[in-house]
Write a protein that binds this ligand. Structure first.
Ligand SMILES: [Zn+2]
Length: 326
């Protein structure tokens, strides 16, 4: 239902009005970052066209709504990159499919995910299709990279810009899915959008890495050089640490930021809110000045690691520098 499209309220209101007034465009381009609700909105728009129960909206119960949700509606087609690209043969097949009348109604919809992944030939072919759409056809192109779409295609589409979801919004959604609020909030902040945040929460490694970050922070202030052993034996030795490296640094930065918020009396800003007792204990040991320095050092390390640097040396150096002043 349109009222479920809470991620992009303005856009969903606009589309709903267009449906109501029968002013739907032939082609839309939904542009915005990963996890901003483009696909959900595209499905909602398709349901709004085909739902048997609610005109211009979806009941999410009827056969049409259910078939669209599961990707099995005969008049709603999905195109995704095959491998890394969307190929001309896929666009050709689509055109052929659309040369027939809709199976169940006048309308036919295609939703193209990652439209920026079209080859040049595919894009040119699609352009022709957009210029002379068969009656009743509607295109919804989705992209995270609007700059990679041909200007001639853009000029044929009504463009809707999707803004990134706020961390609060992502947190609320994760909590609704049954994820613990403390973990949900942290995942929402360090991830790029709802999909990544959800994926984080579903793996054990996310909670483990967060636990290790908290432990390392404690060792740095309580146990001095022992923290290097924690780094070596418990963090660097993890099988999946290469993939976890960026997450590790993001979580460490977030943790120090939380400690700082605590010292500044801004507790409502704290992300790891399920760890208040530990935060209280660690924050005083760190001290304000050192936390600010520490955060700077972590950001420097993130920059260094984006080049071709030895990860182990770089992290050892970071931990040693974080200890300075203790
Ligand atoms: Zn329905």
């Amino acid at each position: 239902m349109w009222e479920d499209c809470v991620e992009q309220k303005q856009l969903s209101h606009m589309l709903q009005q267009s449906l109501k007034n029968d002013r739907i465009a032939h082609a839309y381009l939904f542009a915005g970052p990963k996890g901003s609700g483009k696909r959900k909105m595209a499905l909602q728009l398709a349901k709004g066209i085909f739902c048997r129960e609610k005109e211009g909206d979806s009941c999410d119960q009827c056969e049409n709504c259910r078939r669209i949700a599961s990707g099995n509606h005969p008049d709603v087609h999905f195109i995704e990159p095959e491998g890394t690209r969307i190929k001309i043969s896929q666009v050709r097949d689509l055109q052929k499919e659309f040369s027939y009348r809709g199976m169940e109604s006048f309308h036919k919809v295609y939703i193209m995910n990652q439209g920026d992944k079209m080859t040049t030939e595919a894009a040119n072919r699609l352009l022709k299709f957009l210029e002379e759409p068969p009656p009743g056809a509607m295109a919804i192109l989705l992209t995270e990279q609007i700059n990679s779409i041909l200007p001639t295609i853009l000029s044929r589409c009504q463009i809707l810009h999707f803004s990134p979801l706020s961390p609060k919004h992502i947190t609320d959604q994760l909590v609704q899915m049954g994820i613990r609020p403390g973990l949900a909030r942290v995942a929402a902040i360090v991830s790029a959008g709802i999909e990544e945040a959800e994926a984080y929460c579903q793996t054990e490694s996310f909670a483990q890495v967060r636990g290790l970050v908290i432990q390392l922070s404690e060792d740095i202030v309580e146990r001095g050089t022992y923290s290097l052993i924690t780094l070596h034996d418990r963090i660097l030795k993890r099988d999946s640490f290469n993939e976890e490296l960026n997450l590790f640094l993001d979580l460490l930065l977030l943790w120090l930021r939380d400690l700082l918020f605590y010292l500044l009396g801004q507790e409502s800003q704290i992300s790891n809110m399920d760890q208040m007792e530990t935060i209280q204990k660690q924050a005083k040991r760190w001290g304000q000045r050192r936390l600010v320095d520490g955060m700077e050092k972590i950001m420097e390390t993130q920059k260094r690691l984006s080049g071709n640097t030895n990860v182990q040396l770089c992290l050892e150096d970071l931990v040693l520098r974080l200890q300075e002043g203790s």
